[in-house]
Design a protein. Structure first.
Length: 351
């Protein structure tokens, strides 16, 4: 166990100093592409221009025989392009796979200066983060990098869930967590074959009226992921890092995708994964606060003056706590508007 004094010391001679605060950059969608797919590689610059985060995926969804090609494809994409404000991330293969070590070694030494965040799948506990933390420090020193690469863990095993708080605080590199509903469902032996989203069988039913069990009774579908997202959000917020919802696999069901994303947004997530171009716009819409909410929040902040006391606005009580809720909304709107002129106009920040 490190002493608190050592927490921010570089873990290898010559490695850059760890960050003290996780920078908040627009992160509404993490767009996945397969760098072994020439079509997706060709489209990468165009896709990058319309997303907050572009992620070269090397893990699940890339065929075993294409793992080396995907790694090489990502190196090429990073070397040949400057994505400007768009962050470049990768998801490496898991630490117990035949490819994880070579993924980290190659990517950090070849394109470490271009990579903002490395997503590590199937993280089980803080020991996995400690391993990656030291290895990255060694590789950063070797590559002569000036800034540390951050780490994002996928929460997709029952053991990872039970260790979630310790994972979040395992290293100053920890940038955030994503919920991985597919692997997590399998690992927990949940009986759903869907990649994220609800399930019609997970419901509550209205009591029978007048004892008539076979009479008409409303059913209300429940959210399979409520507990998991809530727990992840708390762990992240307590550690000062960022929570994301992961994949929604029913690409054609754009309505349910939007619902899943919005549930995550309302519970505190900053973004979600987009697996297909059609999900980019959904994430952009959902994870940007609604202009009407921003307007209302601004009005409350203005009316509340120094932010203390209680008053009524449109029949509703506002006080020190609700003004803080409004500040969350307005500061997110400003952060996103800085990057997005159209959004800035919709919020009325620019003429
Ligand atoms: C549980 C998890 O781990 S989730 C994370 C791992 N999974 C992934 O990363 C999946 C990423 N997405 C994909 O591989 C693909 O979107 C698929 C396989 C789901 C569907 O692909 P397709 O069958 O080609 O879909 P579709 O025909 O609708 O594609 C339309 C166009 O968008 C392109 N496209 C599809 N997905 C992407 C993407 N993620 N990024 C960039 N372009 C894409 C296709 O290449 C196609 O291009 P074209 O018009 O030039 O031919
Ligand atoms: O990696 C994501 C998942 O859902 O599994
Ligand atoms: Mg997974």
């Amino acid at each position: 166990m490190h002493s608190p004094r050592d927490f921010y010391r570089p873990l290898a001679v010559g490695a850059p100093d760890p960050v003290r605060e996780i920078p908040f950059r627009p992160s509404r969608m993490i767009h996945f592409f397969d760098p072994s797919n020439p079509k997706m590689v060709a489209k990468a610059p165009q896709i990058a221009a319309g997303v907050d985060i572009l992620l070269g995926n090397l893990e699940d969804a890339v065929k075993s025989e294409n793992k080396e090609a995907a790694r090489a494809g990502l190196v090429q994409v990073a070397k040949e392009n400057d994505f400007g404000e768009t962050q470049l991330w990768t998801r490496v293969n898991s630490l117990d796979s035949p490819w994880g070590l070579d993924d980290l070694t190659t990517l950090v030494t070849e394109i470490g200066d271009k990579l903002d965040v490395i997503m590590v799948p199937k993280v089980e506990g803080p020991e996995d983060i400690h391993y990656v933390d030291r290895l990255l420090a060694q590789l950063e020193a070797k590559a002569g990098l000036q800034r540390p690469i951050l780490v994002h863990a996928i929460l997709e095993t029952a053991r990872g869930m039970t260790n979630v708080e310790d994972i979040c605080t395992a290293s100053p590199r920890m940038q955030g967590l994503s919920l991985g509903p597919a692997d997590l469902a399998a690992n927990r032996r949940m009986k759903t074959t869907r990649v994220g989203g609800g399930h019609p069988g997970y419901l509550v039913r209205q009591d029978p009226t007048d004892g008539a069990i076979d009479g008409p009774r409303s059913v209300y579908q429940q959210d399979l992921w409520h507990y998991t997202i809530g727990r992840m959000v708390d762990a992240c917020a307590a550690a000062g890092i960022l929570p994301f919802y992961g994949p929604f696999g029913d690409i054609k069901d754009v309505v349910a995708c939007e619902d899943q994303f919005r549930n995550a947004f309302l519970l505190g997530c900053v973004g979600a994964w987009s697996l297909h171009p059609v999900q980019i716009e959904i994430a952009k819409r959902v994870f940007s606060p609604d202009p009407a909410d921003v307007l209302h929040a601004q009005a409350v902040i203005e009316a509340m003056g120094d932010g203390s006391g209680a008053l009524m606005i449109d029949g509703k009580m506002e006080d020190d706590a609700s003004v803080k809720q409004c500040q969350v909304m307005v500061s997110l709107a400003h952060q996103l508007a800085e990057r997005d002129p159209e959004l800035s106009q919709r919020y009325g920040f620019t003429a």
